[in-house]
Design a binder for this molecule. Sequence first.
Ligand code: GRF
Length: 212
Amino acid sequence: MNVVVLVSGRGSNLRAIFEAIDAGTCSAKIVGVVSDRKTAAALDLAAERDVPTRVVPLRKIDGRERWNEQLAEEVGMLGPDLVVLAGFMRVLGAPMLRRFPGRIINIHPALLPSFAGHDGPGDALEAGVRITGCTVHVVDAGVDTGPIIAQTAVPVLGDDTADTLHARIQVQEHRLLPRVIHQIAIGAIELDPLRVNTPVSDASRSLTVPDL
Ligand code: GRF
């Protein structure tokens, strides 16, 4: 299964996928890494492994629709079976969703549907929950709203800051994301493109998801 990974930052999840592939526990091939930021450290990780990289910045002058079209074009040229958002900090629009229907997944640092948005760990801390975690879900037109595929719980500790909590969540992300990619690759998780824009509860029922 050919995978294109979309990144905006550090790329620790990208590294985890590479390492799982190296270790033989994730049967996928990363055929490209695409970023909206040319300074994303994740691009260096890909380049070190001779994986093709592309940068598609969102420029005000072009607007979001055009950016989505450019992104869909660049990602499409890499020929993915699956698109993985691993720390990609932008919301995707219709051109991307239409081009890869039901074939885009995202990792989020909270137990969705709680704490969607850009600061899952900080929001969980602020709310005072004792358990949070990470979620892999199918991407739809909303912000972190698509059908949930898999989750791992992480306890919130008394002395946690948003950073220490996020670091412990990331340890679990690095296990969960490669595992889900592997399960999709071997057909144990089936993504149903027709159900992605339906409400979460209906769409979740349309996924075949084993225990991870
Ligand atoms: C992760 O915590 C992920 O859940 C969120 O962005 C962060 C990316 O981290 N969407 P990294 O760039 O993979 O280190």
